[in-house]
Design a protein around this ligand. Structure first.
Ligand code: NAI
Length: 460
């Protein structure tokens, strides 16, 4: 069978590309060796957020005491929790299957390898022919010397999210996004969690305001999570008292399990890119032009295998941009601003430039901040930690960045994303009436603060 497009990989890049391309009239084959939805739906974003919200109940039950409500000690049924989380995942995966079918995209369960331009060999022995090929194979967790996922002591994020047990002592290697999100979940499940980060600060790869990092570190500490920065894990030793993680500085940390979360690498090897002359670079990324075409004519790449933020919504945006390009010859859209949301407690979300980055890039800026503690809604939720921050160009007052740390930050960033994406000035937020009492009022007040006219904070 010959298709207009064959897509390899059905994560949030590949399946979104398949649906949109089919909507635009293309005859699409989507080739996936495992589950529809990829890492994000099955072993990443979705199960993490399910476990994040479920375990937040444990934390809420505890903090309710200060509101005069006491619960008996919660009774945790780990396998029931895992089953509920798996149910959330399968609902979404089934939903994706239904959407692909409704849009008449063909799903092929097999491993696909590019054999030549226009031809993909399948692990089933069959061959798919297509005008165009899209590679959307995502990324996998990396190992470091001394720690391998074959060792039962060492968990990848996949292992941790399967929820096999609650280890008494969990050592997390890597204070990046995955390390901190999973540390938060297991700490709530009552593991004793220690995070080792080799850089001087947690979340070193992300453009986040240092005040937000300071707020997060205070909160993690208050929750009982130990953070050791400037601490590079070097080896793992088995002792009678469990495993010991050794560090470059000579420290030792006892662990019943070790979560290795030191980054992800593009899944670009073994895809057959070399068969069309589109070899990945040293780090595994595939070079593409502004329309996501690799150096091989008719072969495209989207999502984690292309350099840029390794985020599901970035992959989906790539997919939509590529679909419009292939169907209608449209250009552009890859430079859209990509928000990031980190599910720690409190949550952190950002879009555009931080204050520091904006200054480094030579912008003359104005900044406005507003604390959660001054929001009636936040206090009523018993969630007073955190702040909203907006960064705008001084002349035009155009919003160029926003950072939110606090309850629901992951949702609240959307309003700022619209403003940054569309070059809106601070007034667009400040002069829009926000319902009271709600959390989004914090962004309006931060915009007003930048303009020197906040109502519920002293203007400086
Ligand atoms: P990461 O790159 O965010 O963090 C890895 C951390 O490990 C770094 O801070 C690094 O300095 C540290 N590290 C490396 N070797 C070490 C050693 N030997 N000892 C101690 N620390 C060491 O990678 P992560 O967290 O694995 O995430 C991978 C990708 O997935 C990222 O691009 C991330 O943005 C994305 N992701 C995003 C999510 C979100 O936005 N909510 C959720 C999950 C993943």
């Amino acid at each position: 069978m010959k298709y207009d497009v064959a897509i390899v990989g059905a994560g949030p890049g590949g399946y979104v590309a398949a649906i949109r391309m089919a909507q635009l009239g293309m005859n699409v084959a989507l080739i996936e060796e495992r589950d529809l939805g990829g890492v994000c739906l099955n072993r990443g974003c979705v199960p993490t957020k399910a476990l994040y919200s479920a375990t937040k109940l444990l934390e809420r039950a505890e903090s309710a005491r200060s509101m005069g409500i006491s619960f008996p000690v919660p009774d945790l049924d780990l396998s029931a929790l895992a089953a509920w989380k798996d149910g959330v995942v399968s609902r979404l995966v089934n939903g994706v299957a239904t959407l692909l079918k409704a849009n008449k995209a063909t799903v092929i369960q097999a491993r696909g390898t590019i054999a030549a331009r226009g031809r993909i060999d399948l692990s089933t022995g069959e061959t798919v022919e297509a005008e165009r090929i899209v590679i959307a194979t995502g990324s996998s967790p990396v190992e470091i010397p001394g720690f391998g996922f074959h060792d039962p002591r060492v968990w990848s994020s996949d292992d941790a999210l399967a929820l096999p047990e609650v280890p008494e002592r969990l050592v997390v290697i890597g204070g990046g996004v995955i390390g901190l999100e999973i540390a938060t979940i297991y700490n709530r499940l009552e593991s004793e969690v220690t995070v080792l980060e080799m850089m001087p600060e947690i979340l070193p790869g992300i453009d986040i305001d240092r005040r937000a990092i300071a707020t997060l570190k205070r909160a993690l500490h208050a929750q009982g999570i130990t953070i050791q920065t400037d601490t590079a894990a070097t080896s793992l030793e088995e002792t009678a008292d469990g495993a010991v993680v050794h560090t470059k500085s000579g420290d030792a940390f006892y662990a019943d399990r070790v979560l290795l979360a030191v980054g992800r690498r593009p899944n670009s090897a073994g895809v057959g890119l070399e068969n069309v002359g589109a070899e990945p670079d040293r780090r595994g990324f595939v070079a593409v032009d502004e329309n996501l075409q690799t150096s091989a004519n008719g072969v495209y790449a989207i999502g984690d295998i292309v350099a840029g933020p390794m985020l599901a919504h970035r992959a989906s945006n790539d997919a939509l941009v590529l679909a419009e390009h292939l169907a209608n010859g449209k250009h552009g859209g890859r430079d859209r601003v990509i928000p990031q949301a980190i599910f720690t407690d409190p949550e952190i979300a950002s879009v555009g430039l931080s204050e520091k980055k904006a200054k480094e890039e030579g912008y003359d800026i104005i900044v406005g901040r507003f604390p959660y503690a001054a929001l009636g809604k936040a206090l009523g939720m018993n969630e007073p930690d955190g702040f909203f921050q907006v960064v705008a160009e001084a002349d035009s007052q155009r919003l160029i960045g926003a950072q939110i740390i606090g309850a629901e930050a992951s949702s609240l960033i959307a309003e700022a994303s619209i403003a940054v994406q569309n070059n809106l000035p601070l007034e667009a937020i400040a002069d829009s009436v926000h319902a009271h009492p709600t959390l989004p009022e914090g962004l309006k007040e931060a915009a007003e603060a930048a303009l020197g006219r906040a109502i519920h904070a002293v203007n400086r």
